[in-house]
Design a protein around this ligand. Structure first.
Ligand SMILES: [Zn+2]
Length: 107
């Protein structure tokens, strides 16, 4: 029971993100959906292999969800059909810049 180092530090599963949660409340973290169909969509969006789910504490930070995917102002609750669509720059930035444009319009 006492062998756990810390119950409250996660790392975002998105490699290019690297958001850490260490006693900070600024970014919320979300587990993958239990529904296999939605879980598959999340994996595809994150470009992750399905077997990554065999790891424990797989979480995605709130930075990958548009504002309208959240149920509340605090952005710590997602809508039941929320899908992660925002990802930081990887090597090809064309899709990212497209997403940014949409994001600015929403704000
Ligand atoms: Zn993240």
């Amino acid at each position: 029971m006492s062998s756990r180092k810390s119950g409250y530090s996660f790392k975002c599963i998105v490699k290019s993100c690297g958001e850490l949660k260490i006693q900070k409340e600024s970014v919320s973290f979300f587990s993958f959906p239990k529904d296999p169909a939605r879980c598959k969509i999340w994996l595809e969006q994150c470009q992750l292999p399905a077997d990554i789910l065999s790891q424990k504490n797989i979480k995605l930070c709130g930075k990958h969800f548009e504002k309208n995917m959240f149920l509340n102002f605090l952005e710590n609750r997602l809508k039941p059909d929320a899908i992660p669509t925002l990802f930081p720059d990887e090597r090809d930035g064309c899709e990212v810049s497209h997403i940014k444009n949409i994001f600015e319009v929403i704000i």
